[in-house]
Every structure is written in structure tokens, then in C-alpha cells.
Design a protein around this ligand. Sequence first.
Ligand SMILES: *[C@@H]1O[C@H](CO)[C@@H](O)[C@H](O)[C@H]1NC(C)=O
Length: 212
Amino acid sequence: MPQLIAALLVVLFALSPAYGDFDSLQLVLTWPASFCHVNDCVRLAPKNFTIHGLWPDKEGTMLQQCKPKPDYVNFKDKMFNDLDKNWIQLKYDKDYGRNKQPLWVYQYLKHGSCCQKMYNQNTYFSLALRLKDRFDLLRTLEMHKIFPGSSYTFQEIFDAVKTATQMDPDLKCTKGAPELYEIGICFTPKADAPTPCRPSNTCTKTGKILFR
Ligand SMILES: *[C@@H]1O[C@H](CO)[C@@H](O)[C@H](O)[C@H]1NC(C)=O
């Protein structure tokens, strides 16, 4: 039986569109204190949200590693600095990050490849920066009396974020812990309007969630 399912998955995968075909984009913002609690961070964790990625989705499924595999050209100068500030490679020191750009390469090949028909490398990364800039989630949460260092219910955090995003965000919690890890905000393919996110259901809906 498992072989049959595996074979079926292979067939389904082979039939899936090669690239470019997506129906929403999710901007995933990481809360660095939580990320660095479960990962080894080399960079100082900023007290603000940072980009994890911009993920194309189709019919409720996250697309991954789409073909053709795009080339990645290292960013330099101003674009490097903008990314280094807003899409910070927390696990790598700045020089290594500048030379290898591991997080951005990984995100681009895994996710950016799946919207390459619409966005090339430059427009993909610029779009992520532009979308991030539209939301000051830290300030939004503060306005709703949600501060780092305390715990809140799922609904409290969700409702606060939704005042900024208009549409349902996706709260993501640390694996196996009631702790806010990331917030997803979703958009139409052209990113001209917000759309509701598909819930990842990674946070508890009953107890409280730590905003570290
Ligand atoms: C946090 O990030 C947002 C979005 O990029 C930005 O508008 C805001 O000024 C930042 N806040 C602080 C305290 O750095």
C-alpha cells in the first residue's frame, strides 16, 4: 500500500505544472527571538520581524523546487544591505552571508522558482521587501497591547494582526511549543490585494501562546 501511494504521488507530481502556475503568495515573517531560541544564531536577533520567505501556493499546497531550476546571482551593494536588514540570515555571520547568501539562495530555489514566470530574481526579492515594508506588525501588536515577553491567546494575536492585514493571517508556532514563531500574510499573485491565508494549525487554540 505505501508503494502504491508513493507511485501515485510521483505521478501526481509529474503531472503538476512545471513552473509559474500559482494562485497566492505568502509573505512569511519570522520573530527572531523565537527562531534563535531553537536555532543557533550567529547574528544578533533584532527586536523586529524579519523575512523568512515569499512562498507561492496553488490550491492550498505550497509549491516547491519548480523547474527549470533558476540561476541565482549574488546581490551586492544597496540590495545586499536592504536584504541584510530585512531578510536577515541569522545563522551566518555577515561576511559569510555576503559571500554565500545561503538563506536567499535556498529560498529562491525552493520557493522563488515557483513564481519565476511572473517574477525574476530581482523582482521577487524587491517584492518581498516592498510587502514587508507595508506591515509594521510589531507596532500593530503593541497597539493591541501585545508585547514581547508575555503570553496571549491565539485569537488575541490573530485579531490584532488582522486589523493590519484585513484578511486572515496564518500564525505559526514553534514545533511542539505554544510559542509564536512566524506570521504569514497572503496576497494575490500580482500582490495587488491581500487574500486569506490557509491555516497551518501549528498553534494551540486553547491555552496561551508565548510571544517571546
Ligand atoms: C520594524 O519593521 C517594520 C517593517 O519593516 C518597520 O516599519 C519598523 O519601523 C520597524 N520597527 C523598529 C522598532 O525597528
